[in-house]
Design a protein. Sequence first.
Length: 620
Amino acid sequence: MNKKTNVFGVLCFGMSLLGFAQQQANSTSVKQLDEVVITDSRFELKRENSGKTVIKISKQEIERNQGRTVAELINTKSGIEINGSRSNAGQNLGVYVRGGRSRQVLVLIDGVQVSDPSQLSGEYDFRLLNLNQIESIEIIKGAASTLYGSGAAAAVINITTKKADTKKIGAVFTSSLGTNQSESDQNYNVADFNNSVAVSGTLNKFTYRTAFSNQFSDGLSAAISDTNEKDAYSKYGVDVNLGYRFGNSFSLNVYGNYTDTDSEIDGYDSNFNLVDTGDEFNNKQSRVGISSKLKYEKGSFNLNAAFSEYERNYISKYPSIFKSKNYVVDAYNKYVFDKTFYTIVGLNVIENRATFANKEAFTIIDPYANFVFVSDFGLNINAGARLNNHSEYGSHFTYNLNPSFTLKAENNRYTKFFGSLSTSFITPSLSQLFGNFGPNPDLEPEENRTIEVGAEFKLSKSFRIVGLFFNRTEKNTVLWINGGYLNATDKLHARGVEVELSATPIEKVSVSANYAFTEYNESLARRIPKHKGNLQLGYDFSKSTFASLSYHYTHERFENSFVPLLDSFSLVNFYLSHTAIKNKVKFFGGIDNILNEDYEDVPGYVTKGRNVRLGFQLTL
């Protein structure tokens, strides 16, 4: 039976304890540096000077979530729901942010846009990523088309990969194993294996990094059924990055990666019932690129270029193959007039190609400009504009205005008030225009406008709380209606409230919590919970031992007229790590869904019950 838990009571209770502990706490002995954010402006700015609530997933947080996937980690952040991340490893993922869907969330890898033009919404598949190869993740929510172009309507997720070791040669080997079982089949067989190895170093002006990773999961069916059929999932990936610094002013990196995933999936019978089948899905990604920077006295010229190729193969009674290519070039100049005024001017070129009945393509050429003003009296302004030039739709103008005001106090404390007015432009995907499933070449592009106001309070070096209200208006929303894609005739309005808190109330104890309320004015939003909350308590037993207990609440969600509502659910997870042998070896383990909650994430598909994992990391 599904066990419903009231998130409001838990969060309020936790915050009450936190407030009491904050009054009693002594100052922490660990020196904390001012946090720097980049994604909202492309400049390194102190968080207090940023007009956005940037979610930053640090290297430390990633290391404390080893054994999890990228989607599982991002899913714990406020206002974000990655549907399918709690199911079989081969389950398709849907990304929902502030009422927006996958096509309104833009993914960057090292600052370069990534997308699969053959996907229904042109989205990027998070299953192609390995968390062990990622250094940090920054997430900004709201319209960000000015800096990042089409698709950046609800959020931008910027993923930074790991860099080369500063030693001549270094190596990191990580391995974990665990169960992979549903709530009703608690057999505790080892059925999930993850391994990765990375070798990197610096030889004078030359840097190198190469990594290999693989995953195999079994023991869990894709669809809910009465049979004992299990659907296996396997993935392997190779990453290479080579860099050279030509003196102090010019640097060049060349990189490439290849990922291959294989999934056993379940399909539908002749009556459109989801049943166990022998279907398979294979997804391959190849990507190469360059990243260069030429520094001069007050700025730098940056050039990023990448080519990606995707092939998705469905093996079933109705087999299909989807192939696509993607070219991205982003050239921009960053100039710092003085300590208060920063500018960026750039040109972004994208070409998407995909093969359906015919080969289809479109091109986007966008000049853009952005500036940041950071005053010495508290006023900060981030503003810019972009002219989107699309081969199918002509030109479209987007803009961003994001002022904030910071009241600074002693001991690194501050109070910040911020607001933003931003627009975005989302072009229909090649699949929606020319694909195999209800295409409509007459679709109009979506237009979004987001208004956001909020406040952030940093009460000490270790206590920060932020709250905001947003309102997002959609025009020409692309919908699937009666077997085909159409533009909505009415505007849609999504609004909500988000609250985030992070603190170290007493020495060795850390607390992070977030809550999001999301609502559509006109209708129920499919698969988007109206209420969602996360709470994590961490404790450092010593410099080498850390433990955390986390609680996640997801409110009931609307699905469709046949499945009106999916029940709310709560998950409790535990994590423990210990470092030994001169910090060379780290052991970690965890228990997810401790209470073995029974719930549905995607109707008709299995979700994970209580699962255990153990692993280690060796650093040389």
